[in-house]
Design a protein around this ligand. Structure first.
Ligand code: RIB
Length: 322
């Protein structure tokens, strides 16, 4: 495989959230009832849907984003950002009755984060919004979903994708129980460790636990050769489980400044690489490098890497990616 040369023009459609991230950097999280003086403050675009759409666009995919913002300054900021990233925003609906989604984020010196998301307009996305964009789902190579928009809308999008042969990837974040109606249409599930624990009921303390949990999750999906689970395990890397293969991809060692959005870079990269026709094993290796690149930059959307950045020696395991 040679990821330095992009393959055929991949088409990725994302149903997901658009947020504005209010980011404080501080030496630690405040305790209950405590006021703490922080070190820095930034306002960034974010939201798992917009971040993943941005990652896919920067990595060379033709991207459509289906979502919902408020008729306010933050909504305008996000719509302008979709244009900057060359993301088709025709199906991002502006709603007058509710404000744009926001996330308040605290980043500690080691790069770890705590996030509160208030979804607001993201939760106003309807099945009718999905129907309006049905052609963009049917004609995509990959449909990419998360859980910051209504599950009913995502399940509807997934069913349309399934009926048209579009590969469905679900990043079940933030963690919540998943209805079988959604799982029935998912080809590839990409949970992180805490999401895996919630969905499988298995506490993950080592690789064997992770593999067992992945098996439980894959057992809840349709019993087809194409279904797979890819667990993202932070500093432990990623674990991929298909009908025939279980593989662990170790994490790359980098200087982390902000882990926010690393999972989004991983999902956007995996979707784009698969949509290009790459194998799942190759896509996981590339996504692993994209996630590592993301943690070296402050801010979620700003950290979504380009293909050139992922392909530098800092981020790719040459044996896997070249
Ligand atoms: O995954 C990171 C994202 O989670 C942030 O951009 C924030 O908006 C929340 O949605």
């Amino acid at each position: 495989m040679n990821q330095a040369t992009p393959l055929a023009s991949p088409k990725v459609t994302v149903v997901g959230s658009l947020n504005v991230d209010l980011v404080c950097r501080a030496r630690r999280r405040p305790d209950t009832g405590e006021t703490l003086i922080g070190d820095a403050f930034d306002i960034f675009t974010g939201g798992k849907g917009f971040n993943q759409a941005t990652a896919a666009a920067r990595l060379g995919a033709e991207v459509t984003l289906i979502g919902s913002v408020g008729a306010d300054l933050f909504g305008d900021m996000l719509l302008a950002a979709t244009e900057n990233e060359r993301i088709n925003n025709r199906f991002v609906t502006k709603r007058g009755e509710v404000g744009t989604g926001v996330a308040t984020i605290v980043i500690e010196p080691d790069g770890d984060n705590s996030i509160i998301v208030v979804p607001r307009a993201n939760m106003a996305l309807t099945r009718a919004d999905i129907d309006a964009a049905a052609d963009e789902i049917a004609n995509a190579n990959v449909l990419l979903l998360q859980l910051e928009t209504p599950v009913a809308a995502s399940a509807h999008a997934a069913a349309i994708a399934k009926a048209h042969g579009t590969t469905v990837i679900l990043n079940p974040a933030p963690a919540q129980p998943l209805p079988d109606s959604l799982l029935a249409s998912v080809d590839i599930l990409i949970p992180n460790e805490s999401e895996t624990e919630l969905l499988s009921g298995i506490k993950i303390d080592n690789h064997e636990d992770a593999r067992r949990a992945a098996e439980v999750l894959r057992g809840r999906m349709v019993a087809a050769p194409s279904t797979a689970v890819v667990l993202t395990l932070g500093v432990q890397g990623a674990l991929m489980l298909t009908a025939t293969e279980s593989a662990h991809v170790p994490a790359l060692t980098v200087d982390a400044v902000d882990t926010t959005g690393a999972g989004d870079a991983f999902c956007g990269a995996l979707a784009t690489t698969l949509a290009s026709g790459e194998t799942l094993r190759g896509a996981v290796a590339f996504a692993n490098a994209a996630g590592a690149a993301a943690v070296t930059v402050v801010g979620a959307t700003p950290s979504m890497p380009t293909r050139e950045k992922v392909m530098t020696r800092d981020f790719c395991e040459l044996s896997d990616l070249l």
